[in-house]
Design a protein around this ligand. Structure first.
Ligand SMILES: NC(=O)c1ccc[n+]([C@@H]2O[C@H](COP(=O)([O-])OP(=O)(O)OC[C@H]3O[C@@H](n4cnc5c(N)ncnc54)[C@H](OP(=O)(O)O)[C@@H]3O)[C@@H](O)[C@H]2O)c1
Length: 324
């Protein structure tokens, strides 16, 4: 099978396509033939080995996991003898978390892993694009933010994969959503459910008059200190991007009933919880609550171009890699 491999940290040029044996499923595993995989911001961080903290997961001097890719969709090709949750031919969507390995034509995963059936009538690549952002946005809004009907929620970076899912989920939970993005993406975020839109190029949302129950910075371009002004007295500042500052603020406000800051490393959460979330997200997608936002799709041989697009920091939703 073909897989995208890398053996040193650097730009997209460190990626190449190599041939590897197709893995054989164990008794409780399924073999999935991957049709599409997301090229995520986490993939480019791991490829670069920067910020340095990424190397704690990937290897200090060189990458220890040669195949990147966490979110994927495809078809179950073979089942181990003890598998009873899936059958050959099931169309599935999955996430490997910090095991990576999805930028390949095949992957073997345990049937209890983060894997779910794509709802009938939904395209597998569309389901993948929905789940990529929603698997992060859901635990942030629900668990860290305690989102409830009627809340005022601001999403910064609302046009990215996490942000676009957050806008849709927040609307689904009955919140009023203000989206922060560039003018070119205003129409997109309104179509996803935002009622107010702030263009970050011409307006600083932290200087406005509105007050929010949740400020969800999906792209980590703000700070807790700057956002406190626009947070309600018991408001939550949620940030997806790891930094020493957010870790300290998370710890300092950990027991606060007032304003608080939170970060979650969603890919490191318990696999059972993530699997449950994935099934819930699939259900919402099947009901038409969540829509895919796909920036672009690249064939396997253009994996470097796909990484370059993600590196730009301006993708709208997901960048997908299509495997032959
Ligand atoms: N904590 C976790 O477990 C976790 C999990 C997943 C992802 N993440 C992190 O979450 C971040 C977001 O991921 P993503 O895939 O959603 O990102 P993304 O798709 O790369 O975000 C790009 C979007 O951000 C917008 N943007 C760029 N600069 C902005 C600014 N100054 N203000 C507002 N929006 C701006 C861009 O819009 P324009 O083109 O209009 O500028 C673009 O649409 C990444 O840093 C990723 O590492 C964390």
């Amino acid at each position: 099978m073909s897989a995208v491999v890398f053996s040193e940290y650097g730009g997209p040029e460190v990626l190449s396509i190599a041939q590897r044996p197709v893995p054989a499923p164990g008794r409780t595993e399924v073999l999935v033939r991957i049709s599409s995989a997301a090229v995520s911001t986490a993939d480019v961080i791991m490829r670069k080995g920067s910020p340095f903290v990424a190397r704690l997961a990937m290897g200090l001097l060189k990458p220890g996991k040669p195949v990147l890719g966490t979110e994927y969709s495809g078809v179950v090709e073979q089942c181990g003898a003890d598998v009873d949750r899936f059958v050959k031919g099931d169309i599935v969507v999955g996430a490997t978390g910090d095991d990576f390995g999805a930028h390949a034509q095949y992957i073997c995963v345990d049937e209890q892993a983060v894997l779910a059936q794509v709802p009938e009538g939904l395209d597998a690549a569309d389901m993948l694009a929905i789940s990529e952002g929603a698997m992060t946005a859901l635990p942030f809004l629900r668990d860290a933010g305690g989102i409830r009907k009627g809340m005022q929620v601001l999403v910064n970076g609302a046009s990215g994969s996490v942000g676009s899912a957050a806008v849709q989920l927040a609307r689904h939970f009955g919140a009023q959503v203000t989206a922060v993005c560039s003018a070119g993406n205003a129409e997109l975020v309104r179509s996803l459910g935002a009622t107010e839109v702030i263009d970050y190029a011409s307006e600083d949302f932290t200087a406005g008059e509105a007050r929010y129950d949740i400020v969800f910075d999906a792209v980590g371009r703000s700070s807790f200190a700057a956002c406190r002004r626009v947070l309600k007295p018991d408001g939550a500042y949620l940030c997806t991007v790891l930094s020493f500052g957010i870790l300290m603020q998370n710890w300092l406000t950990g027991r606060s009933s007032g304003q608080r800051a939170r970060i979650i490393l969603t890919g490191l959460r318990d696999a059972k919880l993530r699997a449950k979330d994935l099934r819930y997200i699939c259900r919402l997608a099947g009901e038409g609550v969540l829509k895919p936002v796909i920036d672009s799709r690249y064939p396997l041989e253009q994996v470097r171009e796909a990484h370059t697009r993600v590196d730009s920091g301006h993708k709208r939703g997901s960048v997908l890699l299509d495997l032959p």
